[in-house]
Design a protein around this ligand. Structure first.
Ligand code: ZN
Length: 217
């Protein structure tokens, strides 16, 4: 299957309205306004960036992996993908992608899933669901508001029979994805702390978030 890579638009990081580096393992959230461009940079490569979006005006409207896959007729998120809400509205559009492979089928890691995948001795380890719960609480949301997410930079090939596997990442240091918001969205990220599978190269690393205003994009 082909992997589509497109270069970034000519956006100057020094001109960004927002610039923040999410440390390894940590959660983060921020509102991206309609017309702004959101860039996620995989600073060191092979980091999974678990991401949720909520309509800032009404959190009951939120990212829908199912509607996104249905709308694209594709199993992957890449340049041109419209990230759809559960109300059938476009939340953001991916406009550039130097990695070419982002998953929205495998979900976020949880302590429970990790024990199944990696053994009961991993039960104590921090997982993306805990990160999401902590970050969502800042906005009055709870565990029940976690929906299937996007795993930016996570490589999950899906075979013709629907089987999927989390395999070695293909993102390199500096890989990035750019999205233009179609509505004001709350972006919630868990910079995945998982050390037991290859999606993080067994070593979680920081990612950088840049946001440019519409007139700069
Ligand atoms: Zn995770």
């Amino acid at each position: 299957m082909s992997i589509i890579c497109t270069p970034a638009a000519d956006l100057d990081p020094a001109a960004a309205a927002y610039d923040f580096t999410i440390p390894a393992n940590r959660p983060w959230s921020h509102v991206v306004k309609a017309g702004q461009t959101l860039r996620i940079v995989d600073l060191e490569g092979c980091q999974a960036v678990d991401t949720l979006f909520y309509a800032a005006a009404d959190f009951s409207e939120r990212y829908s992996a199912q509607d996104t896959l249905l709308a694209q007729g594709s199993a992957y998120v890449t340049t041109g993908t419209k990230l759809m809400s559960n109300e059938g509205n476009v939340m953001l559009t991916v406009v550039a992608d130097s990695c070419g492979r982002h998953d929205t089928s495998a979900g976020a890691c949880s302590c429970e899933a990790n024990t199944v995948r990696f053994g009961h001795h991993t039960r104590y380890m921090h997982a993306c669901r805990e990160n999401f719960v902590v970050e969502l609480a800042k906005h009055g949301l709870t565990k029940r508001d976690i929906v299937p997410n996007i795993n930016f930079f996570m490589n999950v090939p899906i075979d013709p029979h629907g089987g999927l596997a989390i395999v070695d990442g293909i993102s390199v240091p500096g890989s990035h994805v750019d999205m233009v918001a179609a509505m004001d969205v709350l972006c919630v990220i868990s910079n995945c702390p998982q050390v037991n599978n290859p999606c993080n190269g067994f070593d979680p690393t920081p990612v950088r978030i840049l946001i440019w205003n519409g007139e700069a994009a």
